[in-house]
Structures are given as C-alpha cells and as structure tokens.
Design a protein around this ligand. Structure first.
Ligand code: ADE
Length: 340
C-alpha cells in the first residue's frame, strides 16, 4: 500500500490547498529564502516592467513543495497580470491548450506544472506559441484537413518540473530564464514558520520553531503542514501552547522522527539495508519491493535522502550510508568501512 505522507511535497486535500494558499507570499518582498533566485527574478521583473513588455518564459526546477507554484503566482502579481494554471498530464491533446492560449491577455502568466510530462503532440503545439506567439491548429481530418494560423497575445509561460533532465532540448531551449530551487536551510524555514504562526495567530515557543524547522525536510510546504498538525495537537492536549516538548510529541505521533524522516523515508532505507545489504541497488528494485511508484521515490523521497547523506547514488545504484545505519540503530556491515 502506498504510504500517505504528511511530509510529502504534494498537497493532500482541498483543505490543505486552501491552507497553503492562505500562507503563500504574494510578492517577492514577502518571499523568504532562495535569495539568489529572488534577486535575479526581481531584476527580470523590473526590466520587463521598464520596457512595458511581458517577462520571458521561465523554467523553475527543483523538488516538490519548495515554492514553484507560489513563484508563478508572484511573477503574475508583480507584473500586474493574471495567472492561468494547468499541468503536463492534464493537457492531453493540442485542443486542450488551444482554448487556454487564445484566452490569454498580453502579459498573462500560463503556469504549467510537471511540464516534463506534456504529451509530444501538445509540446510541439506549444513551440510556435512560445516562440512566435501563434499556433497552427488543424481542423478536420484527412482530405478536409485545414490548418489555421491563430495569433496569440504575448504571454509568459512559467514551466515547473521536478526533473529538468527529462525535458526535451527543443522545449528547454524556448525558455529564457531558468531557476533552480534547492532545499531551504533551517534558519529560513524558521523564519517561514514564524511568519505562518503569526498569520495563523498561534503561539509557538522559539525552541518549538527550531524543532519544527529541523524536521521539515528543507521544505516550506512541509513546515506549514507540520505547523498545522502541531497546532491541532497543542489545542487538544496542551491548551494551545506549542512548546518544544509538545511539538516533539505531536511529530512523533505523526511518524516524523528527529531527522525529519517519515515512514516512507525509513522504509526506503530499511529496504536498501535489509533486502539489499546496504546496496548498491537500482531504484526500480526498491520501488518494486515497496510496491511504490518509481516516480514517487525519485521525486519525493530520494532528493532529500541524498541531500542529507542518508544514501548515495553510484553508477550501480543507491547505497545506504553509515548515517543511515546509525539513524536506524543498525550496525553497518562488517568489513564495510571502505564502502562509506
Ligand atoms: N510560505 C511558503 N514558502 C514561503 C516562502 N518562501 N516565503 C514566505 N512564506 C512562505
């Protein structure tokens, strides 16, 4: 059974979505962290505004939950334009994109999440839209087929992907601006948690903020989600006071451990160690053993385990590190010193 994880980057429900949206920064000034990227975006926005032109197409890549959708909203807001949102898997045929594109006004932002998952026909339809702001739409089939050329207003495409490597070269080349989002350091997450707590009007001890940040997997969406779970727990069990001890108890109930790993993270580590003697093992084999999708592991589990050194990736597959054995309270294999 796939595990539902509260630390996952993917939002889980309508309620979560609403909660995320209410805490989202709306301007670049409100945005905490990713300084280098925010500074560069500020210049792009200012320059485009000075020229009274729409901003160039932007590609955002990085793990889920780090703020790609939020940034697309911010770009639209900063440009005084609207944002229309879709995603790679939702756009099955060129016709699905036709209505969206022809309704865009000059300067509007079209946000396409998971842009690496666009169908080939849709992607090809998008090329002239991005490059020349026009599309060739084929009406009818066979001998009655007719191509009509439809001009578009100059819009900005903001594409988001967890895997820039899967983007085709022709699509990648049509973006003018590229930004990579990386996991947030603890201090920035603390700032985000304090801001969210203020907005939610919850009282939280500074040591609890530190604890929450440490266990948020470098991900603001996770930080906000954990804050909400801890708030609920504190309201029911501790008269609303979020102390470090209350936060710790609440997070253990949720299955998030001291390093911020959840059940799925630990299952992956256990699989590598218990079934494959610490690796190296291919991601497909790990996914099959756990009955999980390869994509889930590659997008949502592996990046953080790699970043924090619980696993390493070699040409032969994934290996558990000494840190992984230590964390799970297991003894590293004998004679295995060299492997770390
Ligand atoms: N909420 C989620 N991500 C945020 C960020 N980067 N800055 C401020 N608030 C946030």
């Amino acid at each position: 059974m796939p595990v539902e994880r509260i630390i996952s980057g993917k939002a889980l429900s309508e309620e979560e979505e609403h909660f995320n949206r209410s805490l989202r920064p709306r301007t670049l000034d409100e945005y905490i962290g990713q300084r280098a990227m925010v500074d560069k975006l500020r210049i792009s926005v200012q320059a485009a505004r000075n020229r009274s032109e729409p901003i160039e197409h932007v590609l955002l890549h990085g793990p889920p939950g780090l703020g790609k959708t939020t940034l697309a909203h911010i770009i639209a807001h900063e440009m005084g334009a609207r944002m229309v949102q879709s995603s790679g898997p939702a756009l099955v045929r060129p016709g699905d994109l036709m209505g969206i594109l022809t309704n865009l006004e000059r300067g509007d932002v079209l946000f396409i999440d998971e842009v690496h998952r666009l169908a080939a026909a849709v992607e090809e339809f998008l090329y002239p839209a991005m490059e020349d702001f026009q599309v060739d739409f084929v009406l009818d089939k066979g001998m009655y087929a007719k191509t009509i050329n439809v001009p578009l207003k100059q819009f900005t495409l903001v594409g988001a992907t967890t895997r820039a490597g899967l983007l085709t070269a022709p699509l990648r080349e049509r973006f003018g601006i590229f930004h990579h989002l990386d996991f947030y350091p603890a201090e920035e997450l603390q700032e985000i948690i304090r801001r969210s707590a203020r907005m939610l009007e919850v009282e939280i001890e500074s040591q609890a903020v530190v604890e929450l940040a440490r266990r948020s997997r470098g991900t603001p969406r996770t930080a906000n989600r954990l804050l909400r779970r801890v708030r609920d727990y504190a309201q029911v069990k501790a008269a609303g006071q979020i102390t470090a001890a209350v936060a710790d108890e609440a997070l253990l109930v949720e299955g998030v451990d001291q390093a911020g790993l959840d059940e799925l993270d630990r299952k992956v580590l256990h699989t590598i160690i218990d079934f494959y003697h610490g690796g190296p093992v291919g991601i497909e084999a790990i996914a099959a053993t756990l009955n999980e999708e390869v994509d889930t592991l590659v997008d949502m589990v592996e990046p953080f385990l790699l970043k924090t050194g619980f696993i390493s990736r070699t040409s032969k597959g994934r290996r558990a590190s000494k840190r992984a054995y230590d964390h799970l309270g297991l003894a590293p294999p004998r004679g295995g010193q060299g492997m770390f």
